[in-house]
Design a protein around this ligand. Structure first.
Ligand code: SF4
Ligand code: SF4
Length: 236
């Protein structure tokens, strides 16, 4: 049995979609792109960053990635209020987090005319850089808590559950159980979290070394030397 159909209007364009379709997907069918930050098409949507919020005519805007279409809805995806909300989200992110390696967010800052210095006294989110495994670095100074890494490591792909979160509100942090180094977790170093991270908070170690100016041969010899030393230390 096919699912019932839902009719609504997005930016003045009528559309009919199967029940369960999100506003984000319905808009995409019309060729209307709603901007996203935490959303990833292959991961479970959570509506965390609210950047995809749209105007549905109610008191509260609707996160398009998680809100299902309903009959008679009239959606505006880029109204003045919606754009102002997006601008503020960007300004808050820029005031607290290092976005230097988040090209999509930097593009949005420009597109929405956001002022990255709007909140000059804002507290920055700071963290040590974790270099605790041979494969990738974790720099949570660049983390926007989008949750993608946690999800891809859990039920959305890897089922390894090596990553989790800690703290509340501003202090919410992605990390490992009891803050253990990655080699002491269930991590299998599949790299999926690195691929899903939109900000450079998770970065392949080799990429970091290349960016620091080392060439592939130097990286090879330095890595081999490190492995040999580790093996010798273990024998002692
Ligand atoms: S590399 Fe480790 S932490 Fe990242 S998704 Fe794979 S198992 Fe999870
Ligand atoms: S480390 Fe990257 S993927 Fe994970 S929550 Fe932070 S920004 Fe998102």
């Amino acid at each position: 049995m096919s699912s019932p159909e839902i009719s609504l209007t997005i930016n003045g364009h009528p559309i009919t979609v199967p029940a369960g379709t999100t506003i984000l997907d319905a808009a995409a069918e019309l060729g209307i792109e709603i901007p996203v930050i935490c959303y990833h098409p292959h991961l479970t949507a959570n509506g965390l960053c609210r950047f995809c919020s749209v105007d549905g005519g109610g008191r509260v805007q609707l996160a398009a990635c998680v809100t299902e279409c309903a009959n008679g809805m009239t959606i505006e995806t880029h109204s003045e209020d919606v754009n102002r909300g997006r601008r503020t989200i960007l300004e808050l992110l820029a005031s607290t987090i290092n976005l230097d390696e988040a090209p999509e967010i930097l593009d949005y800052l420009e597109e929405y005319g956001a002022d990255s210095h709007r909140f000059p006294g804002a507290k920055r989110r700071t963290s040590p850089i974790y270099d605790d495994n041979p494969f990738y670095l974790r720099d949570y100074n660049q983390c926007i808590n989008c949750w993608r890494c946690v999800q891809v490591c859990a039920d959305d792909a890897q089922f390894t559950y090596a990553l989790s979160f800690d703290g509340r509100g501003f202090e919410t942090r992605i990390g490992t159980f009891m803050g253990e180094g990655m080699t002491n977790t269930t991590c299998v170093f599949c790299g999926q979290c690195v691929g899903a991270c939109p900000t450079g908070a998770l970065k392949p170690k080799r990429q970091a070394l290349l960016e620091q100016g080392m060439n592939p041969d130097e990286i090879f010899f330095a890595t081999r030397q490190k492995r040999r030393k580790k093996a010798m230390d273990a024998e002692e």
